[in-house]
Design a protein around this ligand. Sequence first.
Ligand code: NAD
Length: 410
Amino acid sequence: MANPFNAALQQLKKAADIAQIDAEIVEQLRQPQREYHIAIPVRMDNGSLKIFTGYRVQHNDARGPHKGGIRFHPKTDINEVKALSFWMTFKCACVGIPYGGGKGGVTVDPKKLSIGELERLARGWARAMAPYIGPDKDIPAPDVYTTPQIMAWIMDEYSKAVGKYTPGVITGKPLAVGGSQGRGTATAQGGIYVTEELIKKMRLKNPQVVVQGFGNAGSFFAKLASKKGWKVVAVSDSKGGIYNPKGLDITKLFAHKQKTHSVLDFPGSKNISNTQILTLACDILVPAALEGVITKEVAGKIKARAIVELANGPTLPEADEKLAKRGITLVPDILANAGGVTVSYFEWVQNLSNYYWTEKEVFEKLKPIMVQAFNDVWSAGQKYKTDLRTGAYIHATTRIAAAMKARGQV
Ligand code: NAD
């Protein structure tokens, strides 16, 4: 697969060229401030010792501590983590929360680990990284195949390392240990707020929606979308997808996935592949799985009128150009999926003040942030006569540049 970090750099370059952003700022943003490569020894259940490779990349902290999830995936490598870390810097700036960017990962297939092995791996990551993370330094969170339980283990291990209960070191925790109401559905909910704004701008009525990926981001997006009366006609997970042009019953689909561990063979629907799902006829396509799935070739075949990127980096730069030429509107990841990090920010604020909010309060605070960010990005796109991704990068980079200049970093 293409190197996602190169794709990320191309996105910044396009924005920098159009908005004539200070070259010294761009040069600093082209590379992460720090990269950690760690070896994590884990005692396996069969008595053997296995060494896993882990990472943390701290891209930029001009606007606040580094912030970003940890991914456990067999294909995770340093270029992926660098790209994800880079996108976090721009995402936090895009929605205006006071953080920089960071990201972590471990090259592992967590589905092949027992629960005990998974816990030892998570604790190993936390022990190795404890000197370099912290509530005012770098605050991890969940990402693909990492869960609230994993966040709790990491928080516990870090708390032991520093000798005090420190819930603010990580977000996406269970409610019992300082998690926030609403964090589980925040990415999807933020995506819904942004999609509502898009629907208004595009004057779409009762949109038909396709969602690739049925994990934290995708499954809750599908659920909330169908609750709003939008017709979700297809979804997929790592094993493949399902399609029903009359619309899927998402509540029943949740039960089916829980029972069979897959969306496939859902009664009343047709099984399709993960490539087919991207080119189905619909109004809004929501990639919510992994990066790099919308290639130039796929972009030429997409029939959706708009794309809302709930996943990070699903669209390659050549595909972006193709989509723009074909008049398909794309709401970029650094805006569309920023609901997750925004509620992570709320979780951290609650941890630091030791005062907790209701779910209603969380979403009342999230909505205006997402709506404002969407309209800021839309305006930047109009002002510079460019696509929304480039508009989002211009908007975000302006904020980062202001912080770098104020701090005397350029
Ligand atoms: P998750 O682990 O909860 O779910 C991942 C989903 O993707 C699963 O349904 C899995 O079956 C599916 N999947 C894996 N490989 C696939 C493939 N090859 N084709 C199709 N589907 C595949 O992860 P998540 O947290 O939902 O993350 C999904 C995307 O959203 C990632 O790009 C992540 O970076 C992004 N994201 C997540 C959050 C969050 O708060 N969870 C926030 C912002 C962005």
